[in-house]
Design a protein around this ligand. Structure first.
Ligand SMILES: [Zn+2]
Length: 139
């Protein structure tokens, strides 16, 4: 089992760093968030975690990516790997309506705003932008 980086609560409404280890389930380290009192696993970038990443978190990360423009910067801020952010960006085109709905659920003031229009266009743009055969970037 590999050690993970500093753990933060994965729930987008919390993201607290007040995390304690809490035993293990089927060999996977479990953690407990002292702030929101929820449990989560440590396998931050495994398939199981990926599938569980709340869409709200992905939406906020991609919105930050549009504004920031730096995959590495957003990865640092959200405690995910650049590869994860890239994957979210790549898949965003297919779930843009859900992503926008999710973002609006958290930031209702963005409705009809220029940022939201830009975000919609951003999500609709395929990634990587060029059609060149730029295959997987090592991470
Ligand atoms: Zn929490």
């Amino acid at each position: 089992m590999q050690e993970t980086q500093p753990i933060h609560c994965p729930y987008p409404d919390c993201l607290s760093g007040r995390i304690v280890r809490n035993g293990s389930v089927k060999g996977h380290q479990r953690y407990y968030c002292k702030r929101c009192e929820r449990y989560f696993g440590a396998t931050m970038d495994t398939l199981s975690y990926r599938l569980q990443t709340p869409i709200a978190e992905i939406a906020q990360a991609l919105f930050a990516l549009m504004q920031d423009g730096s995959i590495k910067g957003v990865a640092r801020a959200t405690h995910h790997t650049p590869a994860t952010i890239r994957r979210w960006r790549k898949n965003a085109t297919y779930q843009k309506d859900e992503l926008i709905a999710s973002l609006l659920a958290y930031h209702a003031s963005l409705d009809n705003s220029p940022q939201l229009i830009a975000f919609r266009a951003f999500l609709a743009t395929p990634y990587p932008a060029s059609g060149k055969s730029k295959l997987s970037v090592p991470s």
